[in-house]
Design a protein around this ligand. Structure first.
Ligand code: R5P
Length: 301
């Protein structure tokens, strides 16, 4: 019996690509929202002995996470042999410290919540900064796919005269690797955030900005203000219109409009979260890490 991807609404395109990579079948996770805000989850009724994986986009994590847990428990009750989670975007990873007295440190709390429901998980470039690795966060098998090679290939093919720019120290890990793989120069700025929509960045190097096409690379565009500020500073430094590349296309509210209005030539994203900017396919990387966890392999003994 082929393994089964249980697909949350919105993730159908990535599900099709993953199913082809993993030789898996697909079935929708049906969500019904009651008028009072509760959610009813429904799965295919017979999962007896099957390897199942939930494919979830956590763009709206507070709404999705409870449904995810209901689905995971239900899959086990319906007989699934093992239940995994493929969550290309791992929410809540940025709150990895108590930045002010009394704050929740959400990353490990959310990790506990997820791992109580599933046997393993695969994600893509989680925002690991003060927490060194997925293994330091999860006690279930957890693997991290990496977008840098796909980003490097896309940049090399589409912006051959690029210089990569990371808007903050946290983006340095992805920018350095993509630049190394594409053989391109790079620069990493420093950022200070004073509010959800207020960020200050250090000035980019005018020389690099004038001799190359800047490509701003970050893992997440949420409010879009980090990307927009980087774009604005590059334009002020005399650069041509920058291209923006983001791994997880959250783009809350007016984020995309704000980035374009700042002077971006183009914004593209990986297929981690469905969005009109999707241009960089990451299904092969997610499938490889999922296979490495033994998903779909015949039961032992
Ligand atoms: C933070 O360190 C992340 O790498 C992103 O730079 C950040 O989440 C972007 O947030 P926003 O789009 O709200 O500025």
């Amino acid at each position: 019996m082929k393994p089964l991807l249980l697909v949350f609404p919105g993730m159908e395109r990535l599900a099709a690509a993953l199913a082809a990579e993993l030789d898996a079948e697909r079935a929708p996770v049906a969500l019904h929202r009651f008028p009072d805000g509760e959610t009813l989850v429904a799965l295919p009724p017979d999962l007896d002995g099957r390897d199942a994986a939930l494919l979830v986009g956590l763009r709206d994590p507070d709404r999705q996470a409870l449904a995810l847990r209901f689905a995971a428990v239900t899959a086990r009750e319906l007989g699934a042999r093992r239940v995994g989670l493929i969550a290309p975007y791992m929410a809540y990873m940025r709150q990895d410290a108590r930045f002010a007295p009394g704050q929740a440190v959400s990353a490990p709390i959310f990790a506990r919540f997820l791992e109580e429901g599933v046997d393993w998980l695969t994600t893509l470039d989680p925002h690991l900064h003060r927490i060194p690795s997925l293994d330091a966060l999860f006690s279930i098998p957890a693997r991290r796919a990496v977008a840098a090679p796909a980003i490097a290939r896309w940049v090399a093919a589409n912006v051959p005269d690029a210089a990569l720019l990371g808007p903050d120290g946290e983006s340095g890990q992805w920018v350095r690797e993509a630049a190394r793989l594409a053989g391109l120069p790079f620069e990493v700025l420093t950022k200070r955030r004073s509010g959800d929509f207020e960020v200050t960045l250090s000035a980019p190097s005018a020389r690099l900005a004038r001799t190359h096409t800047p490509v701003v690379v970050d893992d997440i565009a949420s409010s879009g203000r980090t990307m927009a500020r980087a774009v604005a500073l590059l334009r002020e430094a005399g650069a041509r219109a920058p291209v923006c590349v983001v791994t997880h296309a959250i783009f809350a509210g007016d984020a995309l409009e704000v980035i374009m209005a700042a002077g971006a030539a183009r914004v593209v994203s990986t297929t981690s979260l469905p969005h009109p900017t999707n241009a960089i396919e990451i299904a092969p990387q997610l499938a490889a890490e999922t296979r490495a966890l033994g998903w779909g392999a015949a039961p032992e003994g």
